[in-house]
Design a protein around this ligand. Structure first.
Ligand code: MLT
Length: 257
């Protein structure tokens, strides 16, 4: 595969931030702008998203994790803090399982370790088909709604348009490939207890897609886990309250060696 596209800013400890579904690296623009004094922030577009090469039929979380490892190779980076939001968190967990020695820390935002149930798997296939048949511009207004909390939608209505445009510009084939890939991911709950590096779990008190209780459970299983719940924030914590999010990551990075 050709290499992943990425944006980066800053120097020091590499901090890889992996976007959610069906988004791209621009989700992290406040982190690229606001954390570059404490880390080398690296935000890739996963294959099939943004400006990265196209995906084939199915893009598994393990495949995405290998792509991230290849990107690190290309950048000459051996160890990094790996972070991800939602689907990006599934990829970060796959990375932690595949490349534990390359992990300096883990940042899991609005995500979960458990696999999809049967209903969720069916929905993944429906989303994949609809992306291909109807196109992303048709799906964007439907998909954007549950991502942001009610308070965010009221206080920052401009974010609705920002996210909707991000979804609308994604390649339908890439979206379908990752939707199918997410359906295939295993339950990674058992490996949480083996993560030896510091881990930050971030959630929003108003995340309706992945309930804060799931994040609490995940943080409790991580031996060096720490939970931060940002008030009034939904599924896109890094974008909905960047100041609180960046403060949490800054504090966390002090624990990482
Ligand atoms: C995401 O934001 O990446 C998605 O909500 C993940 C998912 O559908 O499980």
């Amino acid at each position: 595969m050709k290499e992943l596209h990425h944006a980066e800013a800053g120097a020091g400890m590499p901090l890889v931030l992996i976007h959610g579904f069906p988004l791209d690296h621009t989700l992290w623009h406040h982190q690229l702008a606001g954390l570059h004094d404490v880390a080398r922030v690296i935000a890739p577009d996963l294959r099939g998203f943004g400006k990265s090469p196209q995906a084939r039929q199915v893009a598994t979380m393990e495949q995405h994790a290998r792509d991230v490892a290849q990107l690190l190779d290309r950048l000459g980076i051996e160890r990094a803090v790996i972070g991800g939001l939602s689907m990006g968190g599934y990829v970060a967990l796959a990375f932690a399982e595949l490349f534990p020695k390359r992990l300096a820390g883990l940042v899991l935002c609005n995500t979960r370790a458990v696999a999809d149930g049967e209903e969720a798997r069916k929905t993944r296939e429906t989303v994949a088909r609809r992306a291909i048949e109807e196109g992303m511009a048709a799906l964007a207004p439907i998909l954007v709604h549950p991502l942001l909390s009610e308070p965010t939608r009221k206080a920052h209505p401009e974010l609705i348009g920002f996210i909707e445009a991000m979804i609308a510009r994604q390649d339908p084939a890439g979206v379908a490939a990752s939707s199918r890939g997410m359906a295939m991911r295993p339950d990674r709950t058992p490996m949480l207890g083996q993560v030896q590096v510091p881990a930050l779990v971030v959630t929003g008190s108003s995340d309706t897609l992945i309930a804060p209780a799931e994040s609490e459970a995940m943080a409790a299983r991580l031996p060096k886990g720490q939970l931060v719940t940002i008030p009034d924030v939904g599924h896109l914590s890094c974008l909905e309250d960047p100041a609180a999010f960046n403060t949490a990551v800054r504090d966390f990075l002090k624990r990482v060696k």
